[in-house]
Write a protein that binds this ligand. Sequence first.
Ligand code: 13P
Ligand code: SF4
Length: 371
Amino acid sequence: MLRIQRTLEERYTTASTDDLRQMVADAKTALGERLLILGHHYQHDDVMAFADARGDSFGLSRIAADRRDAEFIVFCGVHFMAESADVLTGPHQRVVLPDLNAGCSMADMADIEAVEDAWEALASVTDIDRVLPITYMNSAANLKAFVGRHGGAVCTSSNARAVLTWALLDQVDGRTRADKVLFFPDQHLGRNTGFDLGFTEAQMSLYNPRFELGGLDAAAVDDSALLLWKGHCSVHQRFRPEHVADFRVRNPDGLVLVHPECAHDVVVLGDVVGSTDAIIKAVEAAPSGTALGIATEVHLVNRLANEHPDKTIECLDPLVCPCATMARIDLPHLAWVLESLVDGRVPNQITVDADTASWAKVALERMLQIS
Ligand code: 13P
Ligand code: SF4
Protein backbone atom coordinates (compact mmCIF):
# COMPACT_ATOMS: atom_id res chain seq x y z
CA MET A 1 0.00 0.00 0.00
CA LEU A 2 1.46 3.35 -1.01
CA ARG A 3 1.73 5.93 1.73
CA ILE A 4 3.46 9.22 1.14
CA GLN A 5 5.99 10.38 3.70
CA ARG A 6 7.10 13.99 3.26
CA THR A 7 10.82 14.61 3.01
CA LEU A 8 12.33 15.83 6.26
CA GLU A 9 13.91 19.27 6.58
CA GLU A 10 17.69 19.47 6.51
CA ARG A 11 17.67 20.30 10.20
CA TYR A 12 16.88 16.61 10.77
CA THR A 13 18.67 14.94 7.88
CA THR A 14 22.04 16.59 8.52
CA ALA A 15 22.04 16.61 12.33
CA SER A 16 24.51 14.40 14.17
CA THR A 17 23.22 11.46 16.18
CA ASP A 18 24.06 13.29 19.41
CA ASP A 19 22.12 16.36 18.29
CA LEU A 20 19.14 14.22 17.30
CA ARG A 21 19.21 12.48 20.68
CA GLN A 22 19.21 15.88 22.39
CA MET A 23 16.26 17.07 20.25
CA VAL A 24 14.25 13.97 21.14
CA ALA A 25 15.14 14.19 24.84
CA ASP A 26 14.20 17.92 25.00
CA ALA A 27 10.91 17.38 23.19
CA LYS A 28 10.08 14.43 25.48
CA THR A 29 10.70 16.60 28.53
CA ALA A 30 8.56 19.40 27.10
CA LEU A 31 5.65 17.05 26.36
CA GLY A 32 5.93 15.22 29.70
CA GLU A 33 2.94 13.04 30.63
CA ARG A 34 1.06 14.10 27.49
CA LEU A 35 3.32 11.79 25.47
CA LEU A 36 3.66 8.00 25.36
CA ILE A 37 6.28 6.48 23.06
CA LEU A 38 5.73 2.79 22.26
CA GLY A 39 8.55 0.71 20.75
CA HIS A 40 8.17 -2.66 19.04
CA HIS A 41 11.04 -5.06 19.71
CA TYR A 42 12.27 -4.80 16.09
CA GLN A 43 13.11 -1.11 16.38
CA HIS A 44 16.64 0.34 16.21
CA ASP A 45 18.37 0.65 19.60
CA ASP A 46 18.63 4.41 19.04
CA VAL A 47 14.84 4.65 18.88
CA MET A 48 14.20 2.07 21.61
CA ALA A 49 16.28 4.13 24.02
CA PHE A 50 13.42 6.66 24.06
CA ALA A 51 10.49 4.22 24.28
CA ASP A 52 8.37 4.49 27.46
CA ALA A 53 7.20 0.92 26.87
CA ARG A 54 8.55 -1.91 24.73
CA GLY A 55 6.62 -4.93 23.63
CA ASP A 56 5.42 -7.39 21.03
CA SER A 57 2.41 -6.39 19.00
CA PHE A 58 0.02 -7.92 21.58
CA GLY A 59 1.66 -6.26 24.57
CA LEU A 60 1.76 -2.88 22.85
CA SER A 61 -1.92 -3.09 21.93
CA ARG A 62 -2.75 -3.73 25.59
CA ILE A 63 -0.61 -0.80 26.74
CA ALA A 64 -2.20 1.50 24.15
CA ALA A 65 -5.64 0.43 25.40
CA ASP A 66 -4.71 1.02 29.06
CA ARG A 67 -2.98 4.42 28.88
CA ARG A 68 -6.03 6.69 28.67
CA ASP A 69 -4.10 9.67 30.07
CA ALA A 70 -1.60 10.01 27.20
CA GLU A 71 -2.68 12.62 24.66
CA PHE A 72 -0.12 11.61 22.01
CA ILE A 73 0.91 8.02 21.36
CA VAL A 74 3.96 7.95 19.14
CA PHE A 75 4.09 4.43 17.78
CA CYS A 76 7.56 3.24 16.83
CA GLY A 77 6.49 0.20 14.88
CA VAL A 78 4.55 -0.31 11.65
CA HIS A 79 1.30 1.02 10.22
CA PHE A 80 -1.06 -1.79 11.29
CA MET A 81 0.13 -1.45 14.90
CA ALA A 82 -0.56 2.30 14.90
CA GLU A 83 -4.02 1.65 13.41
CA SER A 84 -4.77 -0.87 16.17
CA ALA A 85 -3.64 1.66 18.77
CA ASP A 86 -5.98 4.26 17.25
CA VAL A 87 -8.87 1.79 17.38
CA LEU A 88 -8.21 0.90 21.03
CA THR A 89 -7.55 4.40 22.37
CA GLY A 90 -10.06 7.13 23.23
CA PRO A 91 -11.19 9.98 20.95
CA HIS A 92 -9.05 12.46 22.92
CA GLN A 93 -5.89 10.48 22.05
CA ARG A 94 -3.87 10.85 18.86
CA VAL A 95 -1.66 8.16 17.42
CA VAL A 96 1.37 9.20 15.40
CA LEU A 97 3.56 7.00 13.17
CA PRO A 98 6.94 8.74 12.69
CA ASP A 99 7.35 7.54 9.08
CA LEU A 100 4.30 6.76 6.94
CA ASN A 101 6.37 4.36 4.84
CA ALA A 102 6.66 2.00 7.80
CA GLY A 103 4.15 -0.54 6.52
CA CYS A 104 4.21 -4.34 6.65
CA SER A 105 4.48 -6.28 3.40
CA MET A 106 2.66 -9.22 4.97
CA ALA A 107 -0.30 -7.09 6.02
CA ASP A 108 -0.46 -5.73 2.46
CA MET A 109 -0.90 -9.30 1.12
CA ALA A 110 -4.52 -9.42 2.32
CA ASP A 111 -6.35 -6.46 0.83
CA ILE A 112 -10.00 -6.11 1.64
CA GLU A 113 -11.32 -6.49 -1.92
CA ALA A 114 -9.59 -9.85 -2.32
CA VAL A 115 -10.88 -10.93 1.09
CA GLU A 116 -14.47 -10.01 0.23
CA ASP A 117 -14.20 -11.90 -3.07
CA ALA A 118 -12.87 -14.95 -1.23
CA TRP A 119 -15.73 -14.82 1.28
CA GLU A 120 -18.28 -14.70 -1.52
CA ALA A 121 -16.58 -17.59 -3.33
CA LEU A 122 -16.56 -19.71 -0.18
CA ALA A 123 -20.23 -18.92 0.46
CA SER A 124 -21.04 -20.50 -2.89
CA VAL A 125 -19.60 -23.89 -1.86
CA THR A 126 -19.97 -24.12 1.92
CA ASP A 127 -22.20 -23.01 4.79
CA ILE A 128 -20.55 -19.64 5.39
CA ASP A 129 -22.24 -19.30 8.79
CA ARG A 130 -19.97 -22.13 9.96
CA VAL A 131 -16.81 -20.29 8.81
CA LEU A 132 -15.07 -17.84 11.15
CA PRO A 133 -12.53 -15.35 9.82
CA ILE A 134 -9.50 -14.88 12.07
CA THR A 135 -6.85 -12.33 11.28
CA TYR A 136 -3.36 -11.95 12.60
CA MET A 137 -2.68 -8.56 14.16
CA ASN A 138 -0.48 -7.89 11.10
CA SER A 139 -3.40 -6.75 8.95
CA ALA A 140 -5.09 -3.51 7.97
CA ALA A 141 -7.91 -2.09 10.12
CA ASN A 142 -10.45 -2.73 7.35
CA LEU A 143 -9.64 -6.46 7.44
CA LYS A 144 -9.94 -6.48 11.24
CA ALA A 145 -13.34 -4.79 10.78
CA PHE A 146 -14.39 -7.47 8.27
CA VAL A 147 -13.44 -10.11 10.81
CA GLY A 148 -15.35 -8.31 13.57
CA ARG A 149 -18.47 -8.05 11.41
CA HIS A 150 -18.39 -11.78 10.67
CA GLY A 151 -18.05 -12.95 14.28
CA GLY A 152 -14.29 -13.59 14.22
CA ALA A 153 -11.33 -12.27 16.18
CA VAL A 154 -7.84 -10.89 15.82
CA CYS A 155 -4.88 -12.92 17.10
CA THR A 156 -1.19 -12.27 17.61
CA SER A 157 1.76 -14.63 17.62
CA SER A 158 1.41 -14.93 21.41
CA ASN A 159 -2.26 -15.90 21.49
CA ALA A 160 -2.99 -17.58 18.12
CA ARG A 161 -3.37 -20.93 19.92
CA ALA A 162 -5.99 -19.56 22.32
CA VAL A 163 -7.89 -17.82 19.52
CA LEU A 164 -7.98 -20.88 17.22
CA THR A 165 -9.02 -23.05 20.18
CA TRP A 166 -11.86 -20.59 20.84
CA ALA A 167 -12.92 -20.76 17.18
CA LEU A 168 -12.56 -24.45 16.37
CA LEU A 169 -12.38 -26.52 19.55
CA ASP A 170 -14.28 -24.93 22.45
CA GLN A 171 -17.81 -26.22 22.82
CA VAL A 172 -20.70 -23.76 23.10
CA ASP A 173 -24.15 -25.30 23.59
CA GLY A 174 -22.84 -28.68 22.50
CA ARG A 175 -20.96 -27.61 19.38
CA THR A 176 -17.91 -25.66 18.29
CA ARG A 177 -18.23 -22.02 17.26
CA ALA A 178 -17.22 -22.90 13.70
CA ASP A 179 -16.35 -25.83 11.42
CA LYS A 180 -13.73 -23.84 9.55
CA VAL A 181 -11.48 -20.83 9.99
CA LEU A 182 -10.33 -18.58 7.17
CA PHE A 183 -7.01 -17.37 8.55
CA PHE A 184 -5.30 -14.13 7.32
CA PRO A 185 -2.71 -13.15 6.22
CA ASP A 186 0.15 -15.34 7.49
CA GLN A 187 -0.12 -18.90 6.27
CA HIS A 188 2.81 -19.92 8.49
CA LEU A 189 1.37 -18.71 11.79
CA GLY A 190 -1.92 -20.38 10.84
CA ARG A 191 -0.28 -23.68 9.83
CA ASN A 192 2.09 -23.79 12.81
CA THR A 193 -0.76 -23.14 15.23
CA GLY A 194 -2.97 -25.66 13.43
CA PHE A 195 -0.33 -28.40 13.79
CA ASP A 196 0.20 -27.40 17.40
CA LEU A 197 -3.52 -27.95 18.05
CA GLY A 198 -3.47 -31.39 16.43
CA PHE A 199 -4.89 -30.60 13.00
CA THR A 200 -3.32 -32.63 10.18
CA GLU A 201 -1.87 -31.40 6.92
CA ALA A 202 -4.95 -32.76 5.14
CA GLN A 203 -7.17 -30.51 7.27
CA MET A 204 -5.29 -27.34 6.25
CA SER A 205 -5.45 -25.87 2.74
CA LEU A 206 -3.67 -22.91 1.25
CA TYR A 207 -6.08 -20.30 -0.11
CA ASN A 208 -4.40 -18.44 -2.96
CA PRO A 209 -6.43 -15.29 -3.66
CA ARG A 210 -5.01 -15.06 -7.19
CA PHE A 211 -7.08 -18.08 -8.24
CA GLU A 212 -10.79 -18.76 -8.31
CA LEU A 213 -11.91 -20.26 -4.99
CA GLY A 214 -8.31 -19.88 -3.83
CA GLY A 215 -7.17 -22.59 -6.28
CA LEU A 216 -9.25 -25.17 -4.38
CA ASP A 217 -12.30 -27.18 -5.32
CA ALA A 218 -15.46 -27.57 -3.26
CA ALA A 219 -14.31 -30.94 -1.88
CA ALA A 220 -11.01 -29.49 -0.64
CA VAL A 221 -12.88 -26.63 1.06
CA ASP A 222 -15.22 -29.15 2.62
CA ASP A 223 -12.34 -31.23 4.02
CA SER A 224 -10.49 -28.24 5.50
CA ALA A 225 -10.74 -27.00 9.05
CA LEU A 226 -8.21 -24.27 8.32
CA LEU A 227 -8.10 -22.27 5.11
CA LEU A 228 -4.78 -20.45 5.17
CA TRP A 229 -4.50 -17.21 3.21
CA LYS A 230 -1.40 -17.22 1.03
CA GLY A 231 0.60 -14.52 2.80
CA HIS A 232 3.98 -14.56 4.49
CA CYS A 233 6.64 -12.44 6.13
CA SER A 234 9.63 -12.07 3.84
CA VAL A 235 11.95 -11.65 6.83
CA HIS A 236 10.87 -14.84 8.63
CA GLN A 237 10.41 -16.94 5.50
CA ARG A 238 14.17 -16.64 4.89
CA PHE A 239 15.01 -18.98 7.78
CA ARG A 240 15.66 -22.53 6.56
CA PRO A 241 16.14 -25.93 8.27
CA GLU A 242 19.78 -25.95 7.13
CA HIS A 243 20.41 -22.80 9.24
CA VAL A 244 19.23 -24.73 12.30
CA ALA A 245 21.30 -27.77 11.31
CA ASP A 246 24.42 -25.63 10.92
CA PHE A 247 23.86 -24.02 14.34
CA ARG A 248 23.30 -27.42 15.98
CA VAL A 249 26.56 -28.80 14.53
CA ARG A 250 28.49 -25.86 15.99
CA ASN A 251 26.48 -25.77 19.26
CA PRO A 252 25.27 -29.29 20.16
CA ASP A 253 23.98 -28.04 23.55
CA GLY A 254 22.60 -24.76 22.18
CA LEU A 255 19.00 -23.59 22.13
CA VAL A 256 17.06 -22.69 18.99
CA LEU A 257 14.36 -20.03 19.38
CA VAL A 258 11.93 -19.56 16.49
CA HIS A 259 9.21 -17.01 15.72
CA PRO A 260 5.99 -18.71 14.47
CA GLU A 261 6.03 -16.62 11.26
CA CYS A 262 8.79 -19.02 10.11
CA ALA A 263 7.89 -21.97 7.88
CA HIS A 264 6.78 -25.18 9.61
CA ASP A 265 9.92 -27.13 8.62
CA VAL A 266 11.93 -24.62 10.70
CA VAL A 267 9.42 -24.34 13.54
CA VAL A 268 9.53 -28.13 14.17
CA LEU A 269 13.27 -27.84 14.77
CA GLY A 270 12.95 -25.11 17.42
CA ASP A 271 13.35 -25.68 21.17
CA VAL A 272 11.13 -22.67 21.86
CA VAL A 273 8.56 -21.26 19.42
CA GLY A 274 6.96 -17.96 20.31
CA SER A 275 6.38 -14.26 19.82
CA THR A 276 9.11 -11.68 20.22
CA ASP A 277 8.21 -11.43 23.92
CA ALA A 278 8.42 -15.21 24.34
CA ILE A 279 11.83 -15.21 22.63
CA ILE A 280 13.10 -12.50 25.01
CA LYS A 281 11.86 -14.46 28.04
CA ALA A 282 13.55 -17.64 26.79
CA VAL A 283 16.87 -15.79 26.41
CA GLU A 284 16.53 -14.35 29.92
CA ALA A 285 15.75 -17.80 31.35
CA ALA A 286 18.71 -19.56 29.66
CA PRO A 287 21.67 -20.23 31.97
CA SER A 288 24.81 -18.18 31.59
CA GLY A 289 27.08 -19.64 28.90
CA THR A 290 24.21 -20.93 26.72
CA ALA A 291 24.52 -20.61 22.95
CA LEU A 292 21.26 -19.40 21.39
CA GLY A 293 20.38 -19.38 17.70
CA ILE A 294 17.39 -17.15 16.99
CA ALA A 295 15.07 -17.09 13.99
CA THR A 296 13.59 -13.61 14.09
CA GLU A 297 14.35 -10.05 13.02
CA VAL A 298 17.97 -9.04 13.48
CA HIS A 299 17.52 -5.80 15.45
CA LEU A 300 15.99 -7.79 18.29
CA VAL A 301 18.65 -10.51 18.04
CA ASN A 302 21.47 -7.94 18.17
CA ARG A 303 19.88 -6.17 21.15
CA LEU A 304 19.60 -9.48 23.01
CA ALA A 305 23.24 -10.26 22.21
CA ASN A 306 24.31 -6.89 23.65
CA GLU A 307 22.13 -7.21 26.73
CA HIS A 308 23.34 -10.76 27.52
CA PRO A 309 27.12 -10.77 27.05
CA ASP A 310 27.32 -13.93 29.19
CA LYS A 311 25.46 -15.87 26.45
CA THR A 312 26.39 -16.46 22.81
CA ILE A 313 23.51 -15.20 20.71
CA GLU A 314 23.30 -15.28 16.93
CA CYS A 315 20.74 -14.76 14.21
CA LEU A 316 20.13 -18.07 12.39
CA ASP A 317 20.00 -16.38 8.97
CA PRO A 318 23.63 -15.77 7.95
CA LEU A 319 22.52 -12.87 5.72
CA VAL A 320 20.61 -11.33 8.68
CA CYS A 321 17.80 -9.71 6.74
CA PRO A 322 16.29 -6.77 8.67
CA CYS A 323 12.66 -5.71 8.40
CA ALA A 324 13.10 -2.77 6.03
CA THR A 325 9.82 -1.12 6.98
CA MET A 326 10.35 -1.30 10.76
CA ALA A 327 13.75 0.27 10.13
CA ARG A 328 12.13 3.35 8.54
CA ILE A 329 11.53 4.68 12.03
CA ASP A 330 14.75 6.42 12.93
CA LEU A 331 15.97 9.30 15.08
CA PRO A 332 15.43 12.01 12.42
CA HIS A 333 11.76 11.02 12.02
CA LEU A 334 11.27 10.67 15.77
CA ALA A 335 12.84 14.09 16.40
CA TRP A 336 10.66 15.63 13.67
CA VAL A 337 7.34 14.29 15.00
CA LEU A 338 8.16 15.16 18.62
CA GLU A 339 9.29 18.70 17.84
CA SER A 340 6.15 19.16 15.72
CA LEU A 341 4.00 18.05 18.67
CA VAL A 342 5.79 20.54 20.92
CA ASP A 343 5.00 23.24 18.32
CA GLY A 344 1.30 22.32 18.39
CA ARG A 345 1.17 20.36 15.11
CA VAL A 346 0.24 16.68 14.87
CA PRO A 347 2.10 15.15 11.91
CA ASN A 348 1.44 11.64 10.55
CA GLN A 349 -1.65 11.06 12.64
CA ILE A 350 -3.07 7.59 11.98
CA THR A 351 -6.85 7.58 12.04
CA VAL A 352 -9.30 4.82 11.32
CA ASP A 353 -12.80 5.92 10.26
CA ALA A 354 -15.56 5.45 12.85
CA ASP A 355 -17.40 2.51 11.23
CA THR A 356 -14.20 0.58 10.48
CA ALA A 357 -12.87 1.36 13.96
CA SER A 358 -16.01 0.14 15.73
CA TRP A 359 -15.93 -3.26 13.97
CA ALA A 360 -12.16 -3.61 14.23
CA LYS A 361 -12.56 -2.93 17.94
CA VAL A 362 -15.07 -5.77 18.20
CA ALA A 363 -12.46 -8.16 16.72
CA LEU A 364 -9.64 -6.78 18.88
CA GLU A 365 -11.69 -6.88 22.06
CA ARG A 366 -12.72 -10.47 21.35
CA MET A 367 -9.02 -11.27 21.23
CA LEU A 368 -8.36 -9.44 24.50
CA GLN A 369 -11.21 -11.38 26.16
CA ILE A 370 -10.01 -14.74 24.84
CA SER A 371 -6.39 -14.27 25.91
P1 13P B 1 5.20 -10.08 17.51
O1 13P B 1 3.72 -10.21 17.61
O2 13P B 1 5.91 -11.30 17.98
O3 13P B 1 5.66 -8.83 18.12
O4 13P B 1 5.55 -10.00 15.97
C1 13P B 1 5.17 -8.91 15.20
C2 13P B 1 5.79 -8.96 13.91
O5 13P B 1 5.58 -8.15 13.06
C3 13P B 1 6.68 -10.07 13.66
O6 13P B 1 7.13 -10.01 12.38
FE1 SF4 C 1 5.73 -7.33 8.68
FE2 SF4 C 1 7.58 -9.26 8.66
FE3 SF4 C 1 8.29 -6.73 9.17
FE4 SF4 C 1 6.90 -8.14 10.96
S1 SF4 C 1 8.98 -8.54 10.27
S2 SF4 C 1 6.52 -6.03 10.34
S3 SF4 C 1 5.57 -9.36 9.60
S4 SF4 C 1 7.41 -7.53 7.22
